[in-house]
Write a protein that binds this ligand. Structure first.
Ligand code: SDX
Length: 434
């Protein structure tokens, strides 16, 4: 019996009849895991799991997802409750520290983050090196990676105080850098953060405010922005979070790790999907074209997929998509947008897809990206900024997961193995004989 009273999982090699007992580890909720750390040493076998569909890469206490039930918990709290009752910095504190902050802790955390929102003035020069039409995600990758050149005093990952300062700097400065990327793309002057504003209000002020007049907050829009940040804050061991953990496992500095996470998030199968959803809805153009696109999405020979649908883990409705849909209605109503053609197409597409046998059989439901783009477009963001906003929010999850990985006593450098199917040893052939 293993330490947690679980009977070991017995493997028997049919070629040698040798048996190997794999310890079974049980979490607080969710599937048990087979501890295969000794598998290769005892059997000579590797496991094979491209895409890590059945592989747990770490132990974590931060986020739990039940894909079949459509459940998402952050430190045990359902995402629906956090989106309803908290603000983004409260959720950030929860992800980082494991508990919701009390009044004093909340006030101190807000103060500490607020007073790290300015970036080193020389960082503004980085932007001028990019073309004006550079994709803001390319700028974000570059500028965040460069933070390790400006904030070298918080790159010693062995020092808990430096880890905390780097974490605060990343959470605090990401909105400022994101807003600067937008301002640069539209040729407007950068806006400085305003310490009297909340995290979401400040981001909107730095993005849409101009020096020529005072910025007036729209509470419905800043509340929606704050909720969108909450919905994107963390999501277990997704591709970009796993990238941050793997980069961090080598001891790379936190700024470089987050830049790696940004690069991974950019992919259209991951965080880039919100931008791809808007492009797809634009291509569909009219409800009458939906059946043709659904047909293409089902065609094995057509690489086209319905962007904003499907998920590696959720085989039920993504709980974030439900909150996002409600927020979408609130924002469109606040902005007086009665019949948004893209929303009409999205609602009809969702209806058709959810009734289609192919999508039902493959358990393909709308995910977090399906509605977010419609809200962000209505708020005035260009589609190229959608994944940037995802990165701003997910920085908190990346930082929390990176911190947990660094503090995990069993963590070691990530170094997967492979199934080699290339050429065996062979003799060199001189150039004149090839
Ligand atoms: C995010 O991991 C996370 O938690 C990510 C995320 C987070 O918060 O970090 O939740 C954020 O990335 C959300 C997902 C955004 N991506 C998209 O909306 C892009 C469209 N979706 C697909 O690319 C796809 O669904 C994935 C990438 C999201 C998941 O792909 P999987 O788990 O590798 O599943 P799969 O590709 O093996 O698909 C299973 C089957 C396949 O058919 P078969 O080969 O079994 O016949 O479903 C089909 C796929 O062809 N399928 C789709 C589809 N998604 C999957 N068919 C049509 N349209 C789709 N969108």
């Amino acid at each position: 019996m293993t330490a947690n009273n679980q009977k070991p999982f017995r493997l028997i090699d049919p070629n040698t009849d040798k048996s190997t007992d794999l310890p079974v580890m049980e979490g607080s909720i969710g599937p048990k895991v087979l501890d295969i750390r000794k598998l290769y040493g005892e059997t000579g076998y590797f496991t094979y799991d491209p895409g890590f569909t059945s592989t747990g890469s770490c132990e974590s206490k931060i986020t739990y997802i039940d894909g079949d039930e459509g459940v998402l918990l952050h430190r045990g709290y359902p995402i629906e409750d956090l989106a309803e009752h908290c603000d983004f910095l409260e959720v950030a504190y929860l992800l980082m520290n494991g508990e919701l902050p009390n009044k004093d802790e909340k006030a101190k955390f807000e103060h500490d983050i607020t007073y790290h929102t300015m970036v080193h003035e020389q960082m503004a020069h980085f932007f001028r090196g990019f073309r004006r039409d550079a994709h803001p995600m390319a700028i974000l990758c570059g500028v965040v990676g460069a933070m390790s050149a400006f904030y070298h005093d918080s790159t010693d990952i062995e020092d808990p105080r430096q880890r905390m300062i780097a974490s605060y700097r990343l959470i605090a400065k990401m909105p400022t850098i994101a807003a600067m990327a937008y301002k640069y793309s539209v040729g407007q002057p950068f806006m400085y953060p305003q310490n009297k504003l909340t995290y979401a209000q400040n981001f909107l002020q730095m993005t849409f405010g101009v020096p020529a007049e005072p910025y007036v907050d729209n509470p419905v829009l800043s509340k929606a922005m704050d909720k969108i940040f909450i919905l994107h804050a963390d999501h277990e061991q997704n591709a970009s979070t796993s990238t941050v953990r793997l980069a961090g496992s080598s001891g790379a500095n936190p700024f470089a790790c987050i830049a790696a996470g940004i690069a991974s998030l950019w992919g259209p199968s991951h965080g880039g999907a919100n931008e791809a959803v808007l492009k797809m809805l634009g291509e569909i153009g009219d409800k009458k074209n939906i059946p043709e696109f659904v047909k293409r999405a089902k065609d094995k020979n057509d690489p086209f997929r319905l962007m904003g649908f499907g998920h590696r883990v959720y085989k039920n409705y993504d709980p974030r998509a439900k909150v996002m849909q409600e927020t979408c209605r609130e924002v469109l109503s606040e902005l007086g947008i009665k019949d948004d053609p893209l929303l009409d197409i999205a609602m009809e597409l969702e209806k058709i897809a959810l009734e289609d046998e192919y999508f039902i059989e493959k358990k393909l439901y709308p995910n977090v990206d399906f509605y977010s783009g419609i809200i962000l477009k209505a708020m005035g963001f260009p589609t190229s900024m959608f994944t940037v906003l995802f990165a701003v929010a997910r920085t908190t999850g990346w930082v929390a997961q990176w911190k947990e990985m660094i503090e995990d006593p069993v963590q070691k450098i990530g170094r997967p193995r492979q199934l080699y199917t290339g050429s065996g040893p062979r003799d060199y052939v001189p150039l004149n004989k090839r």
